[in-house]
Design a protein around this ligand. Structure first.
Ligand code: ADP
Ligand code: MG
Length: 259
């Protein structure tokens, strides 16, 4: 199972929107996917139509070792796409985890026990660099960074890259940056254009060619409990996420996809 964390410590940059729609696009292309909602706000779970009562097991149980990945994953309305939902318990997990000696490796341990049911796992990270995000960076092969085209985008990024370096040194030497996805791009806005150019000249090939446009359909879909790809599969946002999925698969080493 290929494991990818969708992370950026800034809130509102498109992590959850990317997690939901990329997972849906990958599942629609035939990959067996599991999305792990690691944000206590549970927006990915809600956005995929999961009611509170359906959240029997959660990512909290995974971290605490109370459920296996297989037990915690529930199927969604999308064929090939399962989700490990988040519940409010997760908001206490950062504090509870401090008690454990292996506090940074608990998600990885859960993944290592049972991961043969899926081809790809995406993790929707919370907007912080706390223990939840660290657990996911220890557990994954690579990180996908959604970056909103706004003035301070690059400043936040350097802090994230420092965290990635620290995780590589201490816990996960193979952790790779899969790519940076520019989100909420508005071509009529000269500042976003300028920021996109700056990001590309700074990060080069790390930036995905696919750009996610600002698209109101993407922001409407979660209130219907649907991925945009189901809510309106022809909107520009849905098309962009299908392209991003294609590009992402193209960046995967063939041996990892076969594993
Ligand atoms: P994060 O998970 O990083 O906090 P979200 O994915 O929840 O970010 O996005 C923040 C807000 O912006 C949400 O209301 C979402 O619906 C909206 N949004 C995200 N991406 C887009 C987009 N490309 N176009 C329009 N709205 C978007
Ligand atoms: Mg989110």
């Amino acid at each position: 199972m290929i494991r990818i964390a969708i992370a950026n410590q800034k809130g509102g940059v498109g992590k959850t929107t990317t997690a939901i729609n990329l997972a849906t696009a990958l599942a629609a292309s035939g990959w067996r996917c599991v999305l792990v909602d690691l944000d206590p706000q549970g927006n990915a779970s809600t956005g995929l139509g999961l009611k509170q009562a359906e959240r029997v097991h959660s990512s909290y149980d995974l971290l605490l070792g109370e459920a296996s990945l297989k037990d915690a994953a529930i199927s969604t309305m999308i064929p090939n796409l399962d989700i490990v939902p988040a519940t409010v318990d997760l908001s206490g997990a950062e504090i509870e985890l401090v008690e454990y000696e292996d506090r940074t490796g608990r998600l990885k341990a859960a993944f290592d026990k049972s991961d043969s049911h899926w081809d790809i796992c995406l993790i929707d990270c919370p907007p912080s660099l706390g223990l939840l995000t660290i657990n996911s960076l220890v557990a994954v092969d690579s990180i996908l960074v959604p970056l909103q085209c706004e003035f301070f985008a690059l400043e936040g990024l350097s802090q994230l890259l420092q965290t990635v370096e620290r995780i590589q040194k201490r816990f996960n030497p193979d952790l790779a940056i899969l790519g940076v996805a520019l989100t909420m791009f508005d071509r009529r806005n000269r500042l976003t254009d300028q920021v996109a150019d700056d990001v590309r000249s700074c990060l080069g090939g790390l930036v995905f060619d696919t750009v996610i446009p600002r698209n109101v359909r993407l922001s409407e879909a979660p209130s219907h409990g649907l991925p945009a790809l189901v809510y309106d599969h022809r909107c520009s946002g849905s098309e962009a996420y299908m392209n991003l999925a294609r590009e992402l698969i193209g960046r995967m080493p063939a041996r990892e996809l076969a594993a």
